[in-house]
Design a protein around this ligand. Structure first.
Ligand code: SAH
Length: 392
């Protein structure tokens, strides 16, 4: 994995381009800590331990991120506690909406100038947050805009959780018309490779799924972690005994092509990565989602559908085909619809459950692989993944 010296571009600091700032981890935040650690932190500040629960109830229970709204705290206490435990981690730079407000993308500046994006997707029966786990990504998949940026840095637990808490607040405000007000799902399909930021992502999952006021109280089964296939980390995930859904970005059933499309395949081959995914499914009893972006004349041939069908036949797996989303400068485009239909037909004929993803957020560059927040200078460029849901 390469760590590139990425220079974040902050619109309100035009000279940031020429200022080489080293990415650095953010200050400590309430969401980095479990309840016991929050109580210890509050006590260390000379406040009674119950303040930890009070703050946590505001943040996780009521989705209040702004200290000024915490009026049940004496103002001196509020100032002290918010300075120490609720530092601003995400500064909004831009929000965009499409699909009549059902898809919203937020672009954030982190404390060190790094940029990330998150996407909120509303459906009639649910609201899903697609969050980033890293600023940029080191996996270098050539069809993905985030992959072209390189990695800036890992996000902290709280930087991940705060994206969700913010989006849950947007949903609760009723802004996602035609959807329930409660955010119920989280997909780690924004910028970054979640399993390359393993301990923080796992802790963020725990925070998101612990009941309020310690956490957000989401169901583990409503959380999806997507990976390029870092086999040792997948094996570690099996041992965690969580019941989150695992998505594997496969994109090719053969090593020759996958070596190119998902460069990490040069290290862990298709057979090995699928074995780890099947073991995860066996351990959790949960179907793994095999992600496959259909790219015209690259990976959409009938023989590849048949090979994929043979690899997945009889396994606890579901194929999620993603029509390739356009990315700047890419030589590739989506497969024609008849080719896509034939691919689906062959997989189903092999007994493999298959759906084509409902692409969300393309107009705002918020669809899968389009998140490239570093590209602010290019007109209209955006940067994360909104189409992270399956069309049933
Ligand atoms: N790094 C993780 C998490 C990102 S999820 C992973 O790769 O799984 C984003 C999903 O969108 C991945 O399946 C990714 O391969 C896919 N994707 C990337 N670029 C895309 C594009 N241009 N069109 C469609 N899907 C794309």
């Amino acid at each position: 994995m390469t760590i590139l010296p990425v220079i974040p571009i902050s619109p309100d600091q035009p000279d940031a381009v020429s200022t080489r700032r080293r990415p650095s981890m953010p200050p400590r935040h309430l969401a980095d800590l479990d309840l016991a650690a929050r109580q210890a932190a509050v006590t260390a500040l000379g406040e009674p331990a119950f303040r930890a629960k009070q703050l946590s109830t505001h943040y996780f229970g009521r989705l209040v991120r702004d200290a000024a709204a915490m009026t049940d705290l004496p103002s001196a206490t509020r100032d002290k506690l918010t300075a120490e435990l609720l530092p601003t981690l995400l500064t909004p730079i831009r929000e965009q909406a499409c699909d009549d407000g059902a898809t919203r993308k937020a672009l954030w500046r982190l404390h060190d100038g790094a940029l990330v994006e998150s996407v909120l997707m509303g459906y009639p029966d649910r609201v899903t947050a697609c969050v980033s786990s890293q600023a940029g990504c080191g996996m270098a998949c050539p069809f993905c805009a985030t992959g072209q940026q390189g990695l800036t840095r890992n996000l902290s637990v709280a930087e991940i959780v705060d994206q969700v808490v913010y989006l849950a607040g947007v949903a609760a405000s009723g802004a996602v018309t035609g959807s329930p007000p409660r955010l119920s799902r989280v997909v780690f399909m924004g910028m970054g490779e979640p399993l390359a930021n393993y301990p923080r992502v796992i802790e963020a999952v725990r925070r998101l799924t612990t009941p309020a006021p310690e956490g957000l109280g989401l169901s583990q089964r409503h959380i999806t972690v997507s990976t390029v296939g870092l086999v040792p980390a997948m094996r570690r995930l099996i041992a965690e005994q969580l019941s989150v859904t695992l998505a594997l970005s496969l994109h090719a059933p053969d090593d020759d092509l996958r070596d190119e499309l998902v460069p990490v395949n040069q290290r862990w081959k298709v057979a090995e990565v699928l074995d780890a995914a099947f073991d995860y499914a066996a351990q959790t009893g949960r179907r793994v989602s095999i992600e496959y972006a259909l790219i015209r004349d690259v990976n959409d041939q009938p023989w590849r559908a048949d090979l994929l069908g043979r690899l997945l036949h009889g396994k606890l797996a579901h194929v999620n085909l993603i029509p390739l989303n356009p990315t700047p400068g890419s030589k590739w485009d989506a497969s024609p619809k008849p080719v896509e239909r034939e691919f689906v037909r062959r997989l189903r004929e092999a007994g493999v459950s298959t759906t084509v993803r409902d692409t969300r957020g393309r107009e705002i560059d918020g669809a899968c692989g389009q998140l490239a927040a570093g590209e602010l200078t290019r007109a209209g460029a955006g940067g994360v993944a909104a189409d992270a849901e399956v069309a049933q």
